[in-house]
Ligand binder design. Structure first.
Ligand SMILES: [Zn+2]
Ligand SMILES: [Zn+2]
Length: 347
């Protein structure tokens, strides 16, 4: 275990910041003030679609915002309320919550009225150090390999999204990127009888089949594949993971009467052409899960530690923090799944 506090705590650090729309630079910035929060040394940070939107300026952020919200690291200085001691390896829940508002009181800290996302509303984790409230720290076993740990936050959002009525016989996942492939695995862990994975990409269909999708199909063949797999009933659950109006409409068509559609991909604000009559006629439940709750983080860690989900194959590239701009560009490459930044400072 490392010493609780570095012998000499530096006052500055390297971080990837948004300088303006389309401009990301790695700079020297002050170490964030603790103010009773924990100081965590970032080990690795994943890049996701939200980061790409922030970098491009389509999700606006304050000037010089430190990017990043998917991270694991090690507690350097414990929070004032000290529940997680210095030296502990942790997943940081990037969804800051107040713990006092009505929504937090209803067990919905993921949509807290006073909350925010690290790397968007507050400085994030594409940095050597990050200061976060103690409530956001979730210990992870040292035995969990880095490639598995890199996906824990994403897995937590998938865990959060998979609440749905039982029994489920047929479930379909539309879009098989990182989150779609995680959803296939979670459905397999849940023991769902028939899992249908849908994507244009043949290599992603192969991965989905390996992860437990008994049926895989290209989008044009999806309706027939789901009909055949469900004996004509349609899917009981469809998880939309591509984030387009077209895939959301398709998901609503693939769901059978009484089915649930989980809108997991963040769809464009105006999604025209949705089959709203079918939505009514089949009495579909449309669920829009957001982020993750603290318990989802712990469940994701337990799942990863148990080896019941495979995370490492989803990490396809690693870059040092200094190459953050190049790492963001690499995310546009359709042959990549999760791109991860390795943060530790060059001493
Ligand atoms: Zn993300
Ligand atoms: Zn709150």
């Amino acid at each position: 275990m490392r010493p609780a506090v570095s012998a000499v705590m530096k006052s500055s650090m390297r971080a990837a910041v948004v300088e303006g729309p389309g401009r990301v630079a790695v700079r020297t910035v002050p170490v964030p003030p603790r103010d009773g929060r924990a100081l965590v040394r970032v080990d690795q940070a994943g890049i996701c679609g939200t980061d790409l939107k922030i970098a491009a300026g389509s999700v606006p952020v304050a000037a010089s915002r430190v990017m990043g919200h998917e991270m694991t690291g090690r507690v350097e200085v414990a929070a004032g309320n000290g529940r997680v001691p210095a030296g502990t390896r942790v997943l940081v829940n990037p969804g800051v919550f107040c713990g006092r508002c009505d929504l937090c009181g209803r067990g919905l800290p993921n949509i807290c009225r006073n909350g925010g996302l690290l790397g968007r509303d507050l400085d994030g984790c594409f940095a050597e150090l990050i200061a976060v409230p103690g409530e956001l720290l979730h210990p992870i076993p040292d035995s969990l390999p880095a490639d598995d740990a890199a996906l824990l936050q994403v897995l937590a959002t998938c865990v959060h999204a998979q609440v749905s009525p039982e029994p489920l016989r047929t479930a379909a996942v539309v879009g098989l990127g990182v989150t779609g492939l995680l959803h296939v695995q979670l459905l397999a862990v849940r023991g769902i009888e028939t899992i249908v994975g849908i994507t244009r990409s043949a290599w992603k269909r192969d991965l989905a089949a390996r992860f437990g999708a008994g049926v895989v199909a290209a989008p044009d063949d999806a309706a027939e594949a789901v009909a055949r797999a469900s004996g004509g009933r349609g899917a009981d659950l469809v998880i939309e993971c591509a984030g387009t109006a077209e895939t959301l409409a398709q998901s609503m068509r693939l769901a059978g009467p009484g089915g649930t559609v989980v809108v997991f991909g963040t769809t464009a604000p105006a999604a025209d052409g949705l089959p709203t009559y079918q939505w009514y006629y089949n009495e579909l439940t449309i669920r829009c899960p957001r982020a993750q709750r603290p318990g989802d983080c712990d469940e994701a860690i337990a799942l990863a530690a148990s080896g019941r989900v495979e995370l490492a194959p989803l990490v396809t590239a690693r870059f040092p923090l200094a190459a953050a701009a190049g790492a963001l560009r690499a995310c546009e490459d359709p042959t990549q799944l999760k791109v991860v930044l390795d943060i530790p400072a060059v001493q």
